[in-house]
Each structure stands twice: as structure tokens, then as C-alpha cells.
Design a protein around this ligand. Structure first.
Ligand SMILES: Nc1ncnc2c1ncn2[C@@H]1O[C@H](COP(=O)(O)OP(=O)(O)O)[C@@H](O)[C@H]1O
Ligand SMILES: [Mg+2]
Length: 210
């Protein structure tokens, strides 16, 4: 059985699709079989995957009412099933959280993001699914981080060690169906994605061993 990772965050624009696409490309480059499930009606992941036209990356069509069984089915034939979620709380979001082995919640350095992150943590905890918070789009001066950490309170314990900077390459690359490391292999963006991928691989391996 493959593992299901849902990218969720109730505040729009936090970076769910961007992070998911970058990790998907990193894993397929390494020979992992990756399925993408786009449950967000905005369908930006679908657009990226269509532009990319990578046979190693399977876009799984899913309808709301059968999302849970679609995720389980995809996990039988893929190493990783990556799920992009709609922002708002919904039974669909809860179903994706419930089926997942891990939830990743991107969070930018703002109070609104931190508060929304608290909500998604509660939703994941209700479904008994482990969640980790990824600080995303972190500006070079990290003074703004302190307030976000305070707003996250005890949930700072859920922060991934890796953070992503605010880098134009992350957004630019997606426009052509690619990712930042594919535009420039030697870049801070490439280093950050490699580190993030390694950290999540470690979490998934621990979950399998548990
Ligand atoms: N680390 C980053 N650096 C720069 N821009 C980013 C970064 N992460 C996301 N973005 C940009 O922020 C916007 C929202 O990201 P997106 O992935 O669409 O969020 P979501 O899927 O959560 O709504 C997009 O324009 C995207 O290009
Ligand atoms: Mg999105």
C-alpha cells in the first residue's frame, strides 16, 4: 500500500498546490509512482499536471462523493497519493484527512495563516491523522516569524524543520508545468525542496515502522 498525503489549509494562497507539485516532481524524479488527486474546484494542480504531461505522474479523477474510495484505490497502485484540498471546511476535506497517513499544512508568516492553521490542526486531530506545519514564503528577515510562532502556541511542536523561502522560482516554474529545481538545479529553492522531501520521507518511514 502506498501512503496518502493531504495538503490542507483553510486559508487560500498558503502554498498547498505549489508545495504539492514540487514534492510530486521530486518523488517521480526518483522513480516513485505518484498519483495526484485534485479535490480543489480551482483545479490549479490539474492545470499544472496537464502542462507537465509527465507519464510518471498520474492525475486521478475523483468526484466528491467517492473521494475516500478513490484515494484508497490509488494507494494500491502508487507509492504516494498526493491530495490537493479545497480551502473551506467540508465533509470532503474531512474524508481526505481521515484517509491520509500524513497532512501537510503550509502556513505563511501572518496571524491569519497561523489561526487558520490551528483550525486545520484541529480537523486533522479529529480524524486522528498526524499533521505537520510547513512555514512557507518566509521573507529573508525572519522577525515576522516570532509572532506566527506565538499564534501557533503549543502547535509549534508540529512545525517541520524545513522552511521554504519566498522565491519567485517556486511560482514561475509552475506556469510552464515545471518546478523550481528543474529551472535551476543549484539554487536555494532546489536545496529547500530536497530538504523538505527528505524530512517527509523520514516521517513516512517512521509511520510505516510504527
Ligand atoms: N515559497 C513561495 N515563494 C514564492 N511564491 C510562493 C511560494 N509558495 C506559494 N507561492 C505563491 O503563492 C500563491 C499561492 O500559492 P498556491 O500554491 O496557489 O496556494 P494554495 O494552493 O494554498 O491556494 C501562488 O501565486 C504561488 O505561486
Ligand atoms: Mg491551490
Amino acid at each position: 500500500m502506498g501512503q496518502i498525503i493531504t495538503f490542507a489549509q483553510q486559508k487560500g494562497g498558503a502554498g498547498k498546490t505549489t508545495v504539492l507539485a514540487h514534492l510530486a516532481a521530486a518523488w517521480t524524479a526518483d522513480g516513485r509512482r505518484v498519483a495526484l488527486v485534485d479535490l480543489d474546484p480551482q483545479k490549479s494542480l490539474t492545470r499544472w499536471a496537464t502542462l507537465r504531461a509527465d507519464p510518471a505522474l498520474q492525475l486521478v479523477d475523483s468526484r466528491d462523493y467517492r473521494a475516500a474510495s478513490d484515494l484508497r484505490t490509488a494507494s494500491r497502485t502508487h507509492d504516494l497519493v498526493l491530495v490537493d484540498c479545497p480551502g473551506a471546511a467540508s465533509p470532503l476535506l474531512d474524508a481526505a484527512l481521515r484517509e491520509s497517513n500524513l497532512v501537510i499544512a503550509p502556513c505563511q508568516a501572518s496571524a491569519l495563516d497561523a489561526w487558520a492553521t490551528q483550525s486545520i490542526c484541529e480537523a486533522a486531530e479529529r480524524q486522528r491523522t498526524p499533521i505537520r506545519i510547513l512555514l512557507n514564503r518566509i521573507p529573508p528577515r525572519t522577525s515576522s516569524i516570532e509572532d506566527v510562532l506565538a499564534a501557533l502556541g503549543p502547535r509549534t511542536g508540529l512545525l517541520l524543520e524545513c522552511r521554504l523561502g519566498n522565491r519567485v522560482a517556486f511560482s514561475q516554474a509552475l506556469l510552464s508545468g515545471r518546478t523550481a529545481p528543474e529551472l535551476s538545479r543549484r539554487s536555494l529553492a532546489a536545496d529547500e525542496i530536497a530538504a523538505l522531501r527528505a524530512e517527509i520521507d523520514g516521517l513516512l518511514a517512521d509511520a510505516l515502522a510504527a
